[in-house]
Design a protein. Sequence first.
Lengths: 114, 111
Amino acid sequence: KAGVTQTPRYLIKTRGQQVTLSCSPISGHRSVSWYQQTPGQGLQFLFEYFSETQRNKGNFPGRFSGRQFSNSRSEMNVSTLELGDSALYLCASSPGLVDLGTQYFGPGTRLLVL
Amino acid sequence: AQSVAQPEDQVNVAEGNPLTVKCTYSVSGNPYLFWYVQYPNRGLQFLLKYITGDNLVKGSYGFEAEFNKSQTSFHLKKPSALVSDSALYFCAGYNFNKFYFGSGTKLNVKP
């Protein structure tokens, strides 16, 4: 099976812009989670989608949003970018039937905000 | 508050020596516990997990982890370290559909 894919791999944006990141989970996986990884804060949970519904949410401002499509692909959007949003954004998928179980991570999208 | 702690930012070990990367958790109920490894410019790779049963869990690449409920710990171990084990290691706890990650420990294995 193909692994989790994320596009684009690298992005450079300026403050105030908005950005959309994409994640395609492993075939058959219905749960997609998003994480922000920074050197100072480590790995922070953003949100999780299961069957097109947001099932869990971390403690991020409303500028961070996401959605999931019927084919389980997910997008994450960040509006009004700030310098502090520069990070590696990781997507993880799991079967997510009864619970998340083991998550499988994509390579990440590295976002740089100037 | 639920949390997972990795008390060491960095662990240095010589190749061939045993290694231990520490993790303690404060996650309610009977959490699942995981170890993931991250190589430079890569996503996290699953190493092993504990759900229930035997306290010693064996995983990928010769790693194992010992679950200790009384000490709320889940330390990662390997009997003989390799230079290629050098990477960033994350411990995670899972309960009620949420993951709680530790801050990561950088493992340096010197030849």
